[in-house]
Design a protein around this ligand. Structure first.
Ligand code: PLP
Length: 400
């Protein structure tokens, strides 16, 4: 009889993927299902990038490439870091994988020993926790509340450090809260890390370009250049250029870490897709105007969805500074006796109600370590957002 390996104890397919599948199943028999559960832009890949991919196929760029990415794409990534982040990296400080997700997995596999700890501010993308466990490490989850803008404070960081801490894993803008760490926040965390030389930082910058206000994007290795040798900066083309399906992500780090990541990749997937790498060069080097126009579209949708959510009785939602998620506080609603009587006791039950009674798919906050909250992706058209908000409001009023 088949039994899973002990490595998989407590690890399943991500709850977000499960809810997406449940919504698709429901959509097969109902044509009015709206999904606000996806973690990807709804825009198409830009035409110039698609053409670069087609051209890569036509010119037979369809073979194995260098293990952790072509020299050409590494050069384009180095130009990106210089241009957008003011950071210089050598070619042997860049690694490319099949999405930021694989890159993160490679980092953790390549660096964690059993019992090594990774500090993860929460709410967070729970994939981090599962990956840390698969890599043999221990996640040290630090709860960050709405009062601190869902950001880790320097005091919380100092209290979470132990001799076994290997990494602090930061994600700004954040999935699911949309929280953004400004240069001043990073500088304050950097000050704590200066006294802890055994600790590195993994900076997951995948939502860098989905940032709404005028303050420039800040990342640890640029804000604290003296810490750069112990920072791994992770990014990719998925969210910035609507290229989630192409699977290209990358990291910049010290050469020893990059070399160790290459070992992991060489014995698992080998090189990222050759065609996608060519397309990614065009994304990074080609016209950048899609970034601003799509960000402006996301900003309008953010304002729309947050205003709509706050107009629903007992619902409260902060205005997120980045990413394309609203993280709505449903705790006041869940505390209502009317919901208790209907057995809607938590965020998961509320999501089931919204899916089955209102045909709106939303991810419960518990999936991110934020029970009592819901994550609504607004990577959807204005019409879909308005329609979903109407249904949620009607659905809530029907409960009260
Ligand atoms: N990091 C965060 C916080 C994410 O939300 C995601 C995708 O949902 C990723 C990384 C992975 O992106 P990709 O593997 O598509 O590059």
């Amino acid at each position: 009889e088949f039994s899973r390996s002990a490595k998989l104890n407590g690890i399943g397919v991500s709850e977000i993927i499960r809810i997406g599948a449940e919504a698709r199943n429901l959509a097969a028999s109902h044509d009015d299902v709206i999904s606000l559960s996806a973690g990807e832009p709804d825009f198409p890949t830009p035409d110039n990038v698609k053409l670069a991919g087609i051209n890569a196929i036509s010119t037979n760029q369809t073979r194995y490439t260098a293990l952790d990415g072509t020299a050409e794409l590494k050069a384009a990534i180095r130009r990106k870091f210089r241009r957008e982040n003011g950071m210089d990296y050598a070619e042997n400080e860049i690694s490319i994988g099949a999405g930021a997700k694989q890159v993160l997995f490679n980092i953790l596999m390549a660096t964690l020993n059993p019992g090594d700890e990774v500090i993860v501010p929460s709410p967070c993308w729970t994939t981090y926790l599962d990956m840390i466990r698969l890599a043999g490490g221990m996640a040290r989850v630090v709860a960050c509340s709405e009062e601190t803008g869902f950001r880790l404070s320097p005091e919380q960081l100092a209290a979470a450090l132990t001799p076994r801490t290997r990494w602090l894993l930061l994600n700004s803008p954040s999935n699911p809260t949309g929280a953004v760490y400004r240069a001043a926040h990073l500088a304050a965390l950097g000050e704590v890390l200066r006294a802890a030389p055994h600790v590195g930082v993994i900076s997951d910058d995948i939502y860098e370009h989905v940032l709404y206000d005028t303050a420039p994007f800040a990342t640890m290795a640029a804000t604290c250049p003296d810490l750069k040798p112990r920072v791994v900066t992770v990014n990719g083309v998925s969210k910035a250029y609507s290229m989630t399906g192409w699977r290209v992500g990358y990291a910049a780090a010290a050469p020893e870490i990059i070399a160790a990541m290459a070992v992991v990749q060489s014995q698992s997937s080998s090189n990222p897709c050759s065609i996608s790498q060519v397309a990614a060069i065009e994304a990074l080097d080609g016209p950048q105007d899609v970034i601003a126009s799509r960000r402006d579209a996301f900003r309008g949708r953010r304002d729309r969805i947050v205003a709509g959510l706050n107009a629903i009785p007992h619902v409260h939602c902060l205005l997120p500074d980045g990413a394309f998620y609203a993280f709505a506080d449903m705790r006041a609603l869940l505390a209502r006796p009317e919901l208790k009587r209907r057995d809607i006791a938590d965020d998961a039950a509320l999501c089931r109600y919204f899916l089955h009674e209102c045909h709106v798919a939303i991810v419960p906050g518990f999936c991110f370590g934020g029970p009592g909250y819901l994550r609504l992706s607004y990577a959807a058209s204005d019409r879909m957002i308005d329609d979903a908000l109407d249904r949620l409001k009607t659905g809530v009023n029907r409960l009260l």
